[in-house]
Design a protein around this ligand. Structure first.
Ligand SMILES: [Zn+2]
Length: 104
């Protein structure tokens, strides 16, 4: 896939080798050859982080103490619901296994 090409460095203007990778650097000035694509990758990564922060239960530093408590309680509650579902599933599985073990 990667084809080494000769391209002009956007920073120093010298001809250098470029394999088409994001992190390819100029042989002369050591700057990224595809700085725009590289920054886009970084941007994508940052946007992913922001999305994580937009999670409803994520506590932001700007939240007041009451909001913090609410979010914390709801967050814990959510985990409890998930935990209960798992516990219920395990319970039902055990019951089924016990029923099948009863000689009848
Ligand atoms: Zn250069």
């Amino acid at each position: 896939m990667s084809q080494v090409r000769e391209i002009k460095c956007p920073k120093c203007g010298k001809w250098t080798l470029w394999a088409g990778d994001i992190d390819d650097r100029c042989l002369y000035c050591d700057s990224f050859l595809e700085s725009r694509r590289f920054s886009r990758e970084v941007e994508k990564k940052i946007r992913g982080e922001v999305q994580k922060e937009n999670d409803y239960f994520f506590i932001k530093p700007t939240d007041g103490p009451f909001k913090r408590l609410c979010k914390k309680t709801l967050g814990v509650l959510r985990w409890w619901v998930i935990g209960l579902q798992i516990a219920f599933f395990v319970f039902v599985t055990i019951i089924i296994v016990l029923i099948s073990l009863i000689p009848g």
